[in-house]
Each structure stands twice: as structure tokens, then as C-alpha cells.
Design a protein around this ligand. Structure first.
Ligand code: PGA
Length: 253
């Protein structure tokens, strides 16, 4: 059975005190994870030690990075490598978020290199894909997303692809309060799974967790997550509110 995942993406938010308060509040909420469920916290890199210490001993709870450099080490001032994250216990790394693609010019080819770097040290890439509004309005979202997946992931072996978590995030739904309907989410998630099935076979495709992202909140999580090909969510704004994120964890299948 593939994993159901609630992943928090804090982005570039919160002071250290605020981060600590949020984690404390979250630990005080009622939320539970069964064996096939995970909660992942992609926090700003500087708060990784704090989050790791707060969440120590929690089963199926992981601290993640929001990005990494494609190289292992070297003269890349200001950057952090996947192996450095692994050395402090972080084994999940978000890659290719639409904000990074847009503001930091991350290309499909660069992301292929980052995916390789993360898999090379046996960590888990949380690979983001998703179309802008103009593409959705033109009705060509399937081919747009398919190209993102092919260009950055199809060089992987079947064994490697099962280690990747996909986050489908329509850009028009990120931080806008405008969520894809659960039917829209199911439709494209099923399409994404079919893309993996045609490259790697159905049984491999069935093992890949595909998260939905874009204005997920407590009020809509249950309905979106109940779709057969939606395996949880990558959550921005609502992950900064403890009660919201606890409810999102509890909405996992
Ligand atoms: P949002 O962000 O939940 O605030 O829309 C999602 C994301 O960018 O991962």
C-alpha cells in the first residue's frame, strides 16, 4: 500500500520563536498517524535542528528540506547539499516547487540533477509539478505536467522511481485560496499515475504517492484526500496554523 502523506511547506516564514511555538502547539493537538501515513515538515533550513529536536521520537514524522544543491560539496557559497541534509538526519527534500522554478529559474534538466543527488544518498525527493493558469485555461495541463515528469524523472530506474514522492500543485491554486475541485485533482492525479504506468508498468505506478498542493486546508482536505489517486497533500499557508495542519493530518486516508 502506498504512503499517505501530509507535508507542511513553511516556505520562508516564521521567526525561530514562532517556529518553536507552532511545533509546540502542533504537538499539543490531537492527531494520529497509522502505519501507512506520514507527516513531513519542510521547514526553513536554519530551523531543521529545532524541528528535529522537537519531533524526536515521533513515529512516521519527518523533517524535510525545501531545496538542495545538485552537487555534493564544493565552492557553491550559500548552498546546502543533499548529503549535508542527510548528515543532520534529514532524508526528505522538496524539489522543483513552482516558486523555485519561477524565481530561481530551476529547469527540468537542473531538477533531474537534483533528483539524482537526492536519490544517490538514499533520500526521498518530493518532486513538484503543476501548470500555470494559462495552461489550465487552454486545457493542456496533462501534456504540460507529463513533460515536467518525463524531463526530470524518466531517466530513473523502476526501483528509483518508487522512492520519489510526487506533489502535483497547480500554480493557480497556490496561496490563492482557489483550490482545484476534488474532481479536477483526481482527474490529473489519475493521469499522472497513467504516465508512470506507461513508462514503468502499473504495479510500479501504484506504489508512487501523489500529493495534491494548492490551498489545502482543514475544510477541504478530507474531500480532496478521499479521491482514489490523491495520497495526501503538500500544504503551505494552512501548515502555519497548528489546528489546521492537525486536522489535515487527520484527513489522511
Ligand atoms: P498553499 O501552498 O497551501 O499556501 O497554497 C502550497 C505550496 O506551495 O506548497
Amino acid at each position: 500500500m502506498r504512503k499517505q502523506i501530509a507535508a507542511a511547506n513553511w516556505k520562508m516564514n516564521l521567526s525561530q520563536n514562532e517556529a518553536e511555538t507552532l511545533l509546540d502547539q502542533l504537538l499539543a493537538t490531537e492527531h494520529s498517524l497509522s502505519a501507512n501515513q506520514e507527516a513531513i515538515f519542510a521547514v526553513p533550513a536554519i530551523y531543521i535542528p529545532l524541528a528535529t529536536q522537537k519531533l524526536v521520537g515521533k513515529t512516521n514524522v519527518y523533517v524535510a528540506a525545501q531545496n538542495c544543491h545538485q552537487k555534493d560539496n564544493g565552492a557553491y557559497t550559500g548552498e546546502i547539499s543533499a548529503s549535508m541534509f542527510a548528515s543532520v538526519g534529514v532524508k526528505h527534500i522538496v524539489l522543483g516547487h513552482s516558486e523555485r522554478r519561477e524565481y530561481f529559474a530551476e529547469s527540468d534538466a537542473l531538477l533531474a540533477e537534483k533528483v539524482n543527488a537526492v536519490l544517490a544518498i538514499a533520500s526521498t525527493p518530493i518532486f513538484c509539478c503543476g501548470e500555470p493558469l494559462a495552461i489550465r485555461e487552454a486545457g493542456t495541463q496533462n501534456t504540460f505536467v507529463e513533460a515536467q515528469l518525463k524531463n526530470s524523472l524518466f531517466h530513473l530506474t523502476a526501483e528509483q522511481i518508487t522512492k520519489v514522492v510526487i506533489a502535483y500543485e497547480p500554480i493557480w491554486a497556490i496561496g490563492t485560496g482557489k483550490t482545484a475541485s476534488s474532481e479536477q485533482a483526481q482527474e490529473i492525479h489519475a493521469y499522472i499515475r497513467s504516465v508512470f504506468a506507461s513508462q514503468y508498468g502499473q504495479s510500479i505506478a501504484n506504489q508512487i504517492s501523489i500529493l495534491y498542493g494548492g490551498s489545502v486546508k482543514a475544510a477541504n482536505a478530507k474531500e480532496i484526500f478521499s479521491q482514489p489517486d490523491v495520497d495526501g497533500g503538500l500544504v503551505g499557508g494552512a501548515s502555519l496554523v497548528a489546528t489546521e495542519f492537525a486536522a489535515i493530518i487527520n484527513a489522511l486516508k
